[in-house]
Write a new protein. Structure first.
Length: 172
């Protein structure tokens, strides 16, 4: 992010044939190559030494033009990706990295969910086996109860038939 441009007249550091020193203050992560490119463009559009005095006046047309030009240049360089191809490429790389990280996190989450589902499936399988064993045991138990009841009923029928036949048997 481009923060501030100061133009200081008559310092001992001459820049491009005039007696001004240009100080550019940026964020710590702003690339130096882009800051240098900005200063070069600014110096190309900068008024000459004679015109600079006119630009300092508050209400002059050249002041408004100078301010508008500076504002446009600063706005353009505030969007780092539009002026620096390396920054634009790095932003794309960061976007791809972010997408890849999201995809990896989703895959890991899906793997965790799959492990959870496998665990639940194993638990259900064990429950089903236990249910089947209990069902077989209950079926056998019911079969024995039914068999006992049939034997009791059969015995009673045999006793009744045997008593009926004995009572009808002639005495000798």
């Amino acid at each position: 992010m481009l923060l501030l441009l100061l133009v200081l007249p008559h310092l001992t550091v001459p820049v491009q044939n005039n007696s001004y020193a240009y100080i550019l203050v940026t964020a710590p992560d702003y690339p130096e190559r882009t800051a240098g490119k900005f200063l070069t463009e600014y110096m190309k559009s900068c008024p000459s030494e004679g015109e600079m005095g006119e630009c300092i006046k508050e209400d002059s047309a050249s002041t408004r033009d100078y301010k508008a030009g500076c504002k446009a240049l600063m706005t353009a360089y505030d969007d780092l990706q539009s002026v620096d191809q390396a920054a634009a490429m790095l932003a794309k790389v960061e976007g791809v990295k972010s997408t890849m990280n999201d995809s990896i996190q989703t895959a890991l989450s899906n793997a965790d969910d799959l492990d959870s589902l496998n665990s639940k499936t194993d638990d259900m399988r064990e429950d089903a086996l236990g249910f089947k064993k209990k069902a077989v045991k209950a079926k056998r138990g019911q079969w024995w109860k039914n068999m006992k009841l049939n034997l009791i009923i059969g015995s009673i029928v045999l006793i009744v038939v045997g008593c009926g036949i004995y009572s009808l048997w002639p005495d000798e």
